[in-house]
Design a binder for this molecule. Structure first.
Ligand SMILES: [Zn+2]
Length: 120
């Protein structure tokens, strides 16, 4: 059986079986990691797994779990974050909005009452 040597930050080197190692391979390569419960202190140890570590663990018999991050989670956003007033304004607007789809299709119908819009 394959023995995988890993390192616990508290206990030092530990030996694991492939079944004791969790390998998560993320669609964002830098987010991939492997984790295990230390056989000595029973704490979970989690470490980043670069491409070489992923290949090494898979070759040692560790089953890789795919982790696909949704594209919207990677979107960059600018501007201020929504606050409670924004949500309340939206909820109030929804109560009086009859044509929701039509309003969503136009940019002028946004429920931002506190921000004056400039006319082109
Ligand atoms: Zn330990």
């Amino acid at each position: 059986m394959t023995t995988i040597k890993a390192s616990c930050p508290s206990c030092g080197d530990v030996e694991l079986t492939p079944q004791q190692v969790r390998l998560v391979v993320c669609s964002v390569k830098t987010w991939s990691y492997y984790a295990f419960v230390c056989t000595a202190c029973h704490e979970e140890v989690r470490k980043p797994a670069g491409r070489d570590v992923v290949a090494l663990l898979i070759s040692g018999g560790v089953v890789a779990e795919p982790w696909n991050v949704p594209a919207e989670a990677l979107e960059e956003h600018d501007g201020a974050a929504l606050n409670y007033d924004d949500v309340l304004d939206f909820a109030l607007w929804l109560e009086q909005a009859d044509m929701l789809a039509a309003a969503a299709a136009t940019t002028s119908a946004r429920p931002r009452t506190s921000t004056p819009e400039t006319a082109a």
